[in-house]
Write a protein that binds this ligand. Sequence first.
Ligand code: FE2
Ligand code: FE2
Length: 381
Amino acid sequence: MDNGASTEDESAVSKTNKTDIFVVSSNDKHLQEVCQALISFYVVHSFNDVGQLSEALAQYHPTAIIIDDKIDPIGGLRLIQGLRQTQALSLIPIVFTARKGALDQVEAAKTLPLVRTLMKPYRFSSLITAISDQVNAHIEAQWELMEPVQKAALENTLQSFNSVADLIAEGKPLPYNEIQDSCDPLVEAVQGGCYKELLKGVRGHDNYSYVHSLRVATFLTLFGDHLGIKDDDAKILASGGVLHDVGKMMIPHQVLNKAGKLNDNELIVMRSHVTETIDFLEYTEELPRGVKVIAAQHHEKLDGTGYPHGLKGKELNELARMATIIDIFSALTDRRCYKDPMSPVQAMEIMENMADGHLDRHFLTSFKELLLDAASDGDFH
Ligand SMILES: [Fe+2]
Ligand SMILES: [Fe+2]
């Protein structure tokens, strides 16, 4: 504001910590399960009574609050009503989780603004989607205005990505054919020349792992198209991109999103995402070998300094070499909560310096050609 004063709402926004989620329940088991499910998506703070929650809210505001119906002594609904009546807290999205026996509370909660309800037992993907729908409402609303194939490319891959959280939690195998089908619109959009619309569509979305995976899937499919890779092989590139880092769902947000350098222990945890991904994909029937190569080898380097197996030279086939280049390029040009995205030109400079020993120079040159063609009409963020 011109006079330097701020309204209550503005000061509330300035106190919002976008990476944090508060969870409130008097049921400790429920608290624990929710915290575990959201561990890679947010920094999760749990509270088992209203007093603790009030103290935390006085300090800063989370991106959303998950409120259980079981909160001693007042119950979840009364807590939600209280928050909605407090002006400074009235705009924080709430997800209300309730037992079937608390149906009257659910019906009343549904009438309040910015409240989503979930009946127990619910799937973790539903919880993630409920939070994401609220937090990313303005982003996903823009998808409605996109061409149908582009809209389907983003919606289908997001749904597939979120469904993996349930499968991991339930120890179930991945229905690969469904995942591959969900990538069809992405392949069609990229081959139809609309990949920039997809990249733009996820700009600002708060689920970083999804955004990174979508960007890798898009660039990998684009690169494949440039190299003449079509049909089923193009689908392997797209689905390999979507799935290549799903093991990151097991990595805590604090490590996944740390702004500074990771210490030795954190590095071990971070690198474990590759084996977590492979362990998960292991039980998938009919998983194409190419998808497994993308997931297993996208951190390997030609000189053997990569991980997890230190493969080198001829042990890395063309797909692995392509995947490494695309993963590094995407990571450098991704927008993160702690850094602005690097420009494609800067990213290519860094990667050209890495080429001797780490990256396949032939593929890197080919990718650079593709970028030079593409850069003539807009950026990649
Ligand atoms: Fe990775
Ligand atoms: Fe990655």
